[in-house]
Design a binder for this molecule. Structure first.
Ligand code: UDP
Length: 335
């Protein structure tokens, strides 16, 4: 039996593949290799652990025959589904790309699971399904009113999963990520987006003396220092939650959804200070106007994931910044 990981060569997916193998699961990666760090597949293939990486299949969720091939070839017990486009700004300019790939691709995956008798799926959803917060910390009862097509595609998929459970008995866990940060502690995999829009990699990229100034978007928010507050959850802690979600479903757990965050927020200025401390560098910064669509504060209430899944995030923001920096050094040396 194996776990199918779609998008297993991506940022979060690759950390999850490692966590699965460490937990003794055999895995199969399904990825179209359209984004991300080119060497990730090779790196994952070279990692020996308790579980094995049985294969990496280059395929597209939009091609039903690719999915049928992977379900026919391997004995798949459950899926963990990461493969998606995830750039908010791009989703505003080209929503068709997002609905087709994220919603259409997931529908193909669920249909293939239905036809091949696979009944469990863990899905990477997002805090973006909540939209502008009505209160913080945000718990799972908070209304879901996403404000961009990216968030809407993820919410559509959550609804689809409810319907596929009712009609076909496919059980799902939807994990709503807050701000994911950091890299593998052993430096094997990490983040690589093009264009990079996320805070921590963008601050760190400005430490390399190639004339890049970090742009701080918005210093007049109603927060403790005027910059936005976000809940940065470590990517390895996040990967651990997927293993717990899988075990929850294996133990007969019902379809459900959980926030993955730390219950604590950091401002952009606080994150910037951690980056200067960890790297020991003075980082060039320019204070700019607000980035459209950024709420002032987004912090998770993670009590439900703690209580039901037994998840306990433990890695610090400093650890996330340190591992992200080590990864950026490695990535640069290989590009
Ligand atoms: N941010 C910034 N400069 C950057 C990237 C992000 O000031 O180059 C800010 C952004 O405005 C937001 C916070 O950092 O307040 C987190 O942004 P990110 O894109 O990492 O995550 P989001 O919360 O938008 O998903």
């Amino acid at each position: 039996m194996a776990i199918l990981v779609t998008g297993g060569e991506g940022y979060i997916g690759s950390h999850c593949v490692i966590a699965l193998m460490d937990a003794g699961y055999d895995t199969v990666v399904f990825d179209n290799e359209s984004t991300g760090f080119a060497s990730t597949g090779r790196i994952l293939s070279g990692i020996g652990s308790k579980g094995k990486l049985l294969g990496i299949m280059k395929g597209d969720l939009l091609e039903r025959k690719d999915l049928d091939a992977v379900f026919s070839r391997y004995d798949i017990d459950a899926a963990i589904h990461f493969a998606a486009f995830s750039q908010v700004a791009e989703s505003m300019g080209d929503p068709a790309k997002y609905y087709r790939n994220n919603v259409g691709g997931t529908m193909n995956l669920l249909d293939a699971m239905k036809d091949h008798g696979v009944k469990r799926i863990v899905f990477s959803s997002t805090a973006a399904t909540y939209g502008e917060p009505e209160y913080v910390p945000i718990d799972e009862k908070h209304p879901q009113n996403p404000i961009n097509p990216y968030g809407r595609t993820k919410l559509d998929i959550e609804y689809m999963m409810d319907d596929y459970d009712r009609a076909y008995g496919i059980k799902s866990v939807r994990l709503r990520y807050f701000n994911v940060a950091g890299a593998d502690t052993l430096g094997r995999v990490g983040e690589c987006h093009d264009p990079e829009t996320h805070l921590i990699p963008n601050i760190l990229k400005s430490t390399f003396g190639d004339g890049r100034t970090f742009r701080m978007f918005g210093t007049d928010y109603p927060t403790r220092d005027g910059t936005c507050v976000r809940d940065y959850v470590n990517v390895e802690d996040l990967a651990d939650a997927h293993i717990l979600a899988l075990k929850y479903l294996e133990n007969g757990g019902k379809t459900d959804f959980f926030n993955l965050g730390t219950n604590e927020g950091s401002t952009v200025k606080e994150v910037f200070a951690v980056c200067e401390k960890v790297t020991g560098k003075k980082i060039p910064v320019s204070e700019e106007g607000r980035r459209p669509g950024d709420p002032a504060t987004l912090v998770a209430d993670n009590k439900k994931a703690r209580a039901v899944l037994g998840w306990a995030p433990s890695r610090t923001l400093e650890h996330s910044v340190k591992t992200a920096y080590d990864w950026e050094v490695r990535r640069r040396s290989e590009c």
